[in-house]
Design a protein around this ligand. Structure first.
Ligand code: MG
Ligand code: MG
Length: 630
């Protein structure tokens, strides 16, 4: 598979872009003339620079408003095209893109446009060049790839072909199956972009909100299936206009772009196995059955503080590592690991971020396969030296540089708890009552807002998960955007919270801990009231919620006053959706802003987003008690 990306998709100086694109594994670049006019080297130098990076120029986009023009514009356009053909020879590319005319003076008419392209085809052919025609969603006369194809067909020239762009087709909701009847060799290049579903002007949407396939809401996979069915096997080229990407790191955006294409084609190949585009073989997205453990890096003092909090939460020290200062706390299916090692990655993470949940393990169907797929999608491998008889668990770097481990039940890894750990007083289990926590309901990671799409794609491309629409969480000091990655059965739920400013609680967390990471961990219980009673018997102090909240929910949901009274006593929050009810309870923050949540789901599918503002206000009161100046 040959991949390419438009240089306007990423930020940086031209040379910086080239090296980021080459390092991400692309084969080619699309050049917009403006991008290249701003650069002070000759076209021949640019061509050489591109080739020196091991790239080719897949497409040159030098001007618009070509076809169907009256004189004298028509003649001038042909002169212009000739000059751009000269430039293409110097750049070393053979394909020019012309998008459908948007000029108010253009005349329209399929045959007139076809005749112009036939004449242009003659001129291009004499120089060994090709021209592709693309329907812009807002073209004046041509705004549909089916009409563009009709013009190309009637132009009837080997040097004139069609250019498809997923955005233009999908934004106008044109049936993608209309692509299947176009001969693959008449499609000169395919441009790919996704976008979030927002009702707005098509041009504005396209120029500012496009994103990588898989990051938005458009049916890019169905579009690409239809393209692949034509026998097309040329470049897959990203043409992404996104203000955020243009302000982001060229390395990260290029990596996301390449990952999006590998992921897209892997999905297409699984549905349409006979396609001609060669697609790298890899394992299917990993099936996740849960979070096997979460690991905290701590020092001595905050380690003791965390362990006493875990004990109050009903966890019991169940096992310790055979050779390291590492203890496993357990309750129900939940394993929390407290790592006090003074060397290795955990210790480095502690020194940089303070006490933090720096790692978690996913229980997957095939750990080696999941790891290999992650690497094929460009994830960064992680390993560190282990003792001779200790297991090397496959792992990658995740959000904020943290670690994601893969465990399974089909390999040697299934024995990790027996092999690397020894039980602590197993006979004590009876004497150590838990509080009814059964499993990890969700893990919440906080990132910078501009990294959210990166991490959504990271998870959804590797794991058999879906993403929910983005919701805004109103923090008293700003907005935090939240989006969830989850398996269909809810065995894995990760909430990603993107902080736009440091005054929000999430933003504060990033600043205080020097980077993104796991900000809270939610445990499930089957009976939150029994859990709350057991917790308070152990001395647990829940986060105090404003009494006004309870007045409001009683009226809002028409709840039984006795139930509301019980919730108020235990600081339990409430929400409801079409599926059922949700009860939540929070711990105060620990360390630099980490906290625990306890939830009971009675058929409810969400995460209590409407309650977040009350929780955030309560956490802020807790961080800054009344009377202490701001
Ligand atoms: Mg395009
Ligand atoms: Mg939560």
């Amino acid at each position: 598979m040959k991949t390419s990306i438009a240089t306007v998709s990423i930020s940086g100086e031209f040379e910086e872009k080239l090296s980021a694109i080459a390092r991400a594994g692309f084969d080619g670049i699309e050049i917009f003339e403006n991008d290249f006019l701003a650069f002070d080297r000759s076209p021949a130098d640019v061509g050489k620079m591109v080739r020196d990076h091991g790239l080719t120029v897949s497409l040159f986009q030098p001007f618009r408003d070509f076809e169907g023009m009256p004189e004298p514009f028509r003649s001038r356009n042909f002169d212009r095209a000739e000059r751009k053909f000269d430039l293409m020879a110097e750049l070393g590319t053979d394909l020019m893109l012309i998008c459908s005319n948007t000029s108010p003076v253009s005349l329209g008419g399929i045959d007139r446009a076809a005749a112009d392209f036939h004449a242009l085809g003659e001129r291009a052919a004499s120089r060994g060049l090709r021209v592709g025609y693309e329907a812009l969603a807002w073209g004046r006369h041509i705004s549909d790839h089916r009409d563009a194809w009709e013009i190309v067909r009637r132009a009837d020239h080997a040097s004139i072909g069609l250019i498809l762009d997923s955005f233009h087709t999908l934004a106008r909701k044109i049936d993608v199956n209309s692509i299947r009847s176009i001969p693959g060799d008449r499609i000169f290049i395919v441009q790919l972009a996704d976008a979030p579903l927002i009702e707005m002007d098509l041009l504005y949407w396209s120029r500012h909100f496009r994103n990588m396939p898989g990051e938005g809401d458009l049916a890019v996979t169905a579009f690409m299936q239809a393209v692949a069915a034509t026998g097309y096997d040329g470049f897959l080229s990203l043409e992404i206009f996104n203000d955020q990407f243009r302000g982001g790191s060229p390395e990260a955006i290029s990596r996301d772009g390449r990952r999006s294409l590998v992921y897209l084609m892997d999905q297409v190949k699984r549905i349409e196995p006979d396609i001609r585009i060669p697609v790298p073989a890899m394992h299917a997205r990993a099936e996740v059955s849960g979070i096997a453990f979460v690991e905290f890096a701590v020092g001595d003092d905050d380690g003791r503080e965390l362990e006493s909090l875990l004990t109050i939460l009903g966890f019991r020290a169940a096992a310790k590592h055979r050779s390291k200062a590492v203890t496993v706390f357990r309750q129900g299916e939940i394993n929390l690991i407290v790592n006090r090692e003074e060397k290795g990655f955990a210790s480095a993470s502690y020194l940089v971020h303070g006490a933090n949940a720096y790692a978690f393990a996913l229980m997957v169907d095939d750990a080696a396969g999941a790891h290999a797929r992650a690497l094929a999608l460009g994830a960064e491998d992680f390993s560190q030296p282990v003792a001779l008889d200790e297991m090397q668990v496959p792992a990658i770097r995740g959000v904020g540089g943290g670690i994601v481990y893969f465990l399974d039940e089909i390999s040697e890894l299934a024995r990790i708890w027996d092999k690397d750990f020894e039980p602590i007083n197993p006979d004590d289990e009876e004497g150590c009552p838990n509080v009814g926590l059964t499993r990890i309901d969700h893990l919440a990671q906080t990132t910078r807002y501009d990294e959210m799409l990166t991490w959504l794609l990271f998870y959804t491309s590797q794991l058999a998960t879906r993403k929910t629409p983005m919701v805004d969480i109103i923090d008293p000091s700003g907005v935090v955007r939240s989006q969830v990655v989850e398996t269909a059965d809810g065995r894995l739920r990760i909430t990603l919270n993107g902080a736009e400013n440091r005054n929000t609680l999430a933003g504060h967390f990033i600043t205080e801990t020097f980077g993104s990471g796991i900000q809270h961990l939610a445990f499930e219980t089957d009976d939150i009231f029994a859990t709350a009673t057991a917790l308070s018997a152990k001395g647990f102090k829940a986060l105090v919620i404003s009494p006004n909240y309870y007045e409001d929910i009683e009226a809002r949901f028409g709840l039984d006053p006795a139930l509301v009274e019980r919730m108020k006593e235990a600081q339990i929050l409430y929400d409801r959706d079409d599926g059922g009810e949700y009860f939540q309870l929070y711990s105060p923050t620990y360390g630099e802003g980490f906290f625990f949540e306890i939830v009971e789901r009675r058929g409810y599918a969400g995460y209590g987003a409407p309650n977040a503002i009350f929780r955030i206000a309560a956490l802020k009161r807790h961080l800054r008690p009344t009377g202490v100046p701001k």
